[in-house]
Structures are given as C-alpha cells and as structure tokens.
Design a protein around this ligand. Structure first.
Ligand SMILES: NC(=O)c1ccc[n+]([C@@H]2O[C@H](COP(=O)([O-])OP(=O)(O)OC[C@H]3O[C@@H](n4cnc5c(N)ncnc54)[C@H](O)[C@@H]3O)[C@@H](O)[C@H]2O)c1
Length: 275
C-alpha cells in the first residue's frame, strides 16, 4: 500500500515510522526547514508530489479548520481517485472541512500519541463518507496492528479527547487550587486509574468495583457520594499552570521523556499480551 503523510510533526513522523515498519512505501510532505524523516521514508517537495500515486493519505498538519479545508480540497483534486484521505484531526469533524468538495473518501483516523506505540485509532466518517471508505480505513489500520473503533456520530473532540478533556479540566483545577502538585497528580493517575484503564474501561471497571452486585451496587453505594461533588472549572488564564508543569518536567529533554514513555507503554502492552 503506497502511503503519503502530510504534515510531519509529532504525529506525522510517528505515523510515517509505523507505515514504514509495516513495509508500506511512505512519502512525506512538510514545509518545516528542519524536516528529518525516519529511515526508509521519502521526502516529497510538494503535497501533489507526495500524494500523486498514494493509496492512503494521512494528514497531520495544524489543527486549524481553514488549513484543513484548503488542504483537503487539494487532496481531493490531486490524489488518485481511489486514495483514502484520512485526517488525524483531534477535534474537528471531517464534515466541517469537506463542505463543497467530494468527501466520499475523506474521514477521520484519529490516533493517540504516539501512534507507532498506542493502538487506538478513532475512525469517524463524515456526512459524505461512504461505507466502503470506512471499511477500507478499518482494514488499513488493522493491518498496522492498530485497534480501530468506528464512531457512529460526529462530535467535536470525538470520544477519546472528550474523555481526556474532562479529566484534564479537573486535574488543572486541583493544581490551581493548591490541592496537589503536577507531579503528585501524575503519580496518583499512573498508580491507579492509568493502570486500571490499561485493562478495563470506566464501565467494566465500575461494574467490577461493585463486587458481585455489579454496576448497580456501585451506583447505589458509592456512586451517590460522587454525585454530590462539584467538579471545578480551571481559571481562564493558564499561565500559572503552564509554569508549574514546566517547573516539574522542564529540566528533562523531550527525547528522554518520550523514550521513557514509549518503553513503559510497550512494557504494559507486552505484559497484557502475555496475560
Ligand atoms: N499531538 C498530539 O497528541 C495529537 C494526537 C492526535 C492527533 N493530533 C492531531 O494531529 C495533527 C498534527 O498535530 P501534531 O501534534 O503533530 O502537530 P505539530 O505541530 O507537531 O505538527 C504539525 C506539522 O504540520 C506542518 N505544517 C504546517 N503547515 C503545513 C502545510 N501547509 N502542509 C503540510 N504540513 C504543514 C508543520 O510544519 C508541523 O511539522 C493535528 O490535527 C492534531 O490535532 C495530535
């Protein structure tokens, strides 16, 4: 399968690496002057050159509606007629950037960072996307060893990021209120919810938390005490929070932190596969 990766920042480079590792030829386009691509990946001088003979295009440019509108209009014009046009967009549904163009093979393939390690891809069709395109996207991502989940309705932020936003909002509030430091909040999550959620989601987790009485027992027994909680809204000015996170982690390099993250995430995935 010939692939094209448009936009090679954090997400695009990770996709390019995964595609190449699975034996797909990859052409990358990104105007950044410091572009450095993984082994086996080709750099194209323009979008049109990158997608000319592609079977699959994965877009990972800026999260900006106007950018995506312009780019997808060009992709629809220049990519082969059979090529799947996938966007990594975190929050913008594809219907919003395909109005007025043929969106039958355009859809969201939203990964979690980094896509060469984390398995989930949210596959979200737009109003014009055909069933055939959805099926091909699912097949493509499965072939890369990913776990695609097809979502039934478009909603800004899709599912994963909406869940993440709910937790992040409360995390910011707790740090702002001086209840906990950024590091200690991260320790709470990585030693409890993070580990739990690597095996069971919120619903099965709650069902098991209720013991033999299941979800019903938990909802009636502990759930009530949680219903009374007034969850916080973080301040509008995020600067203090940004500073606190930079104080916590700014002394390590990005590549050291990312390498440690990848190693630990792979160890959890390996342990799960072995059990
Ligand atoms: N970072 C994440 O955790 C994450 C996770 C999932 C999805 N996403 C989504 O993936 C997309 C990319 O995010 P990112 O975090 O990699 O951003 P990023 O800023 O790291 O990369 C964006 C890249 O787009 C390039 N770019 C700018 N103008 C371009 C153009 N005209 N044509 C092609 N490329 C251009 C930039 O040079 C940059 O390298 C966004 O839509 C984002 O919402 C991000």
């Amino acid at each position: 399968m010939k692939t094209a990766v448009i936009g090679a920042g954090v997400i695009g480079l990770s996709w390019a690496r995964l595609f190449a590792e699975h034996g797909h030829p990859v052409k990358v386009f990104d105007p950044r002057p410091d572009l450095d691509v993984p082994e086996g990946v080709e750099v194209a001088p323009t979008v049109a050159d990158a997608v000319r003979d592609a079977d699959v295009v994965q877009e990972n440019g800026p999260e900006d509606l106007e950018f995506k509108k312009t780019l997808f209009a060009e992709l629809v014009r220049t990519a082969p007629r059979h090529a799947l046009l996938l966007s990594s967009s975190s929050a913008i549904p594809s219907t919003a950037f395909t109005r007025g163009v043929d969106g039958s093979r355009v859809l969201i393939g939203h990964p979690f960072n980094p896509p060469h390690v984390l398995p989930l891809v949210e596959v979200v069709p737009g109003e014009q996307t055909t069933k055939e395109s959805v099926g091909r996207a699912v097949e493509f991502y499965r072939g890369l060893g990913r776990t695609p989940v097809v979502e039934r309705k478009e909603i800004p932020g899709f599912v994963g990021n909406r869940l993440q936003a709910a937790l992040s909002r409360e995390a910011a509030y707790l740090v702002e209120q001086g209840v906990v430091t950024p590091q200690d909040l991260d320790t709470v999550v990585t030693n409890s919810l993070g580990l739990r959620w690597a095996t069971v989601g919120p619903f099965l987790g709650a069902h098991l938390g209720g013991g033999p009485g299941g979800y019903r027992h938990l909802a009636q027994h502990i759930g009530r005490s949680m219903q009374g909680l007034e969850l916080g809204t973080p301040a509008q000015d995020p600067e203090r929070l940004i500073k606190a996170v930079e104080d916590a982690y700014g002394s390590s390099t990005y590549s050291d932190l990312a390498e440690t993250r990848d190693r630990r995430q792979l160890a959890v995935l390996t342990a799960l596969e072995e059990n």
